[in-house]
Design a protein around this ligand. Structure first.
Ligand code: PEP
Ligand code: MG
Length: 587
């Protein structure tokens, strides 16, 4: 038995055979049954034949256009294709270690690369590029007929758990989670987009494991314990018993529904609004079921995932309309695309990976042309989305929200585009009701000028996921600094209070939609700081409703006053434990 500790981002405990995904190398590694060896070897040989044909074709066309010298480069690759070090070694790995062909090719490449790295002659060392090119071709040809890793994952014969170096939300969204019971990744933190998705899919998940994808072997029996932030390989009988017991005891979501379906109220009757954060239109049902009053954040950029074309105006209109009608009479806040230029360019880079628009870039802090900045730089994309949104607004209660805003100027520019879109629609005879326009306050510059921004918009939503990362200078997806990602840092509490006050002075509504809101230990403090509207993952609404129903506003205000005098996170945590006492609900 071997245990890895990470960050538990989605509760629950499951067990299954490991399937390893190397997202960065874009290969899936899984154990094949002995009866599948011939099939895998056949795929490998077919890939070699296709590659050979393609290289001959390329060689001929280069020779014709650029002369024989340049074409000779491809002779080297054709020779390598028949080298015993490459395809035959991969075939041996398939038969001897029962792994899939993609993984065997990748493994051979890594071994060969290591040899090249040791060569002193720079000319020879650079030939590694040719090997990489050829291996890329072999892998591409292995994918022929296989549309995406989702299809690969569907070919698995038994219940599995997915162990990945990294897992983009676009890929996670395509996995069949009835076959794949849970996942664990080397990368990530609680606010990593895939972690957010895991909670909304209610799939147990542990992230931030550093080396799990290298150390766990495909086919090993693995327990993913999201509740206790652990991954256990080759579990003993006692652990397996616990998995079975907990799976059996797991409270069905319905336990919460009676209380949760009623709007949340504090013990003294103060109304607190709880909305849902959703990533896919299909999540609407879960949001309603969980008792959400509305949708406080629809991350519309998830429409851009999945490897298909960007939905056109009519397609977007149909989706937004479905959302407002599905949530009626509740309010739906749709955030315009929060992607950056690189993500947009990447989304079509590899259709076989489902157009993974948040690949390695997700791991950076993403401070480029993102959100509203990108919208203003690519007005066509922005206008199409705005037209679809305004057309859908006739069908229900819609609010439009801009992400990643830093200045009044940006809001004014965006509002000018909005006016123009409305005028055009009206000229076309499309009725456009008044739609509130708001912004996310998720960058310190916006928080510090919240009093100025409040005069330009109809509402604020505080996005603490990004606000924490930028205030504390901690990359939210980098597991090496995840201990420093601290929602209870005094700077964060002060900044939240400052934004709440700025909104209050201007009498505009303000809600908070970061992950912080779904933490039942922190939510009462946020209420004490004066917030009354929150948006969270649907699965968190039931507990939040229960926790709030046990507290009085006066007590929470007093708690917040005490917390604001404290200087360290540890003191604040202690005050929360002492001040809130135990809940009747088991968290
Ligand atoms: C946030 O930044 O807090 C937020 C809710 O948006 P996202 O997590 O999509 O960046
Ligand atoms: Mg954000």
């Amino acid at each position: 038995m071997k245990r890895f500790s990470g960050i538990g981002v989605s509760p629950g405990v499951v067990c299954g055979r490991a399937v390893i995904l190397m997202q960065r190398a874009q290969v899936l590694r899984y154990r094949i049954l002995p009866s599948r060896i011939d099939h895998e070897l056949g795929r490998l040989e077919q890939s070699r034949q296709r590659s050979r044909q393609q290289l001959h074709d390329i060689r001929a066309s280069v020779a014709e256009r650029r002369g024989p010298d340049l074409a000779a480069i491809f002779d080297a690759q054709l020779l390598m294709l028949d080298d015993p070090m490459l395809v035959p070694r991969a075939a041996a790995l398939v038969s001897d270690t029962l792994v899939n062909a993609e993984w065997a090719v990748q493994q051979v490449f890594e071994d060969v690369s290591a040899v090249f790295d040791e060569i002193a002659d720079p000319y020879l060392r650079e030939r590694k590029g040719d090997v990489a090119d050829l291996v890329g071709r072999l892998k591409m040809n292995l994918r022929e007929g296989v549309v995406s890793p989702r299809d690969l994952l569907q070919q698995l014969d038994e219940a599995s758990v997915l162990i990945a170096d990294d897992l983009t939300p676009s890929l996670a969204a395509q996995v069949d989670w009835t076959k794949v019971r849970g996942f664990a990744t080397d990368a990530g933190s609680r606010t990593y987009h895939t972690a957010i998705l895991a909670r909304s899919l209610e799939v147990p998940a542990v992230v931030g494991l550093h080396v799990a994808s290298e150390e766990i072997q495909p086919g090993e029996l693995v327990v993913i314990d999201g509740t206790n932030a652990a991954v256990i390989v080759d579990p003993d009988e006692e652990t397996l018993d616990r998995v079975i017991r907990e799976a059996h005891d797991r409270r069905p979501a319905a336990v919460w529904t009676e209380a949760a379906r009623r709007p949340a109220r504090l013990a003294d009757g103060t109304a607190i609004r709880l909305d849902a954060n959703i990533e896919f239109p299909e999540d609407l049902a879960a949001a309603r079921y969980a008792g959400a009053e509305g949708v406080g954040l629809y991350r519309s950029e998830f429409l851009l995932t999945g490897g298909h074309e960007i939905p056109d105006e009519d397609e977007q209109y149909a989706i937004y309309r479905q959302m407002v009608e599905g949530m009626a009479p509740g309010l739906v806040t749709i955030r315009t695309f929060d992607v950056d230029e690189d993500q947009l360019a990447l989304r079509s880079a590899d259709p076989a990976l489902g157009g993974s628009w948040i690949a390695d870039e997700e791991r950076g802090s993403r401070q480029g042309r993102r959100g509203l900045r990108l919208a203003l730089a690519q007005p066509d994309l922005f206008r199409t989305q705005l037209r679809a949104l305004f057309r859908a607004s006739c069908h229900g209660q819609l609010r439009i929200m801009f992400p990643f805003v830093t200045s009044v100027e940006q809001i004014r520019q965006a509002r000018a585009v909005v006016r123009d879109v409305i005028a055009t629609l009206e000229r076309e005879g499309v009725p456009v009701p008044a739609v509130p326009i708001g912004v996310m306050i998720e960058i310190p510059a916006a928080a510090y000028t919240a009093d100025l921004l409040a005069r330009e918009v109809d509402f604020f939503t505080i996005g603490t996921n990004d606000l924490i990362q930028y205030c504390l200078a901690v990359d939210r997806a980098d597991e090496r600094v995840s201990m420093l990602y601290e929602p209870l840092h005094p700077a964060i509490l002060r900044v939240v209070l400052m934004v709440r006050r700025a909104a209050g002075r201007q009498r505009i509504p303000v809600s908070l939609c970061g992950e912080m809101a779904s933490d039942p230990a922190i939510l009462p403090l946020l209420v004490g700081l004066g917030l009354t509207e929150f948006s969270m993952t649907p699965g968190a609404i039931g507990v939040a409703t229960q926790v709030l129903s046990e507290r009085r506003l006066d007590d929470l205000r007093a708690l917040a006053r005490r917390v604001l005098t404290l200087t360290t996170v540890e003191d604040i945590e202690q005050e929360l434990v002492a001040g809130l006492g135990r809940y009747s609900v088991k968290l």
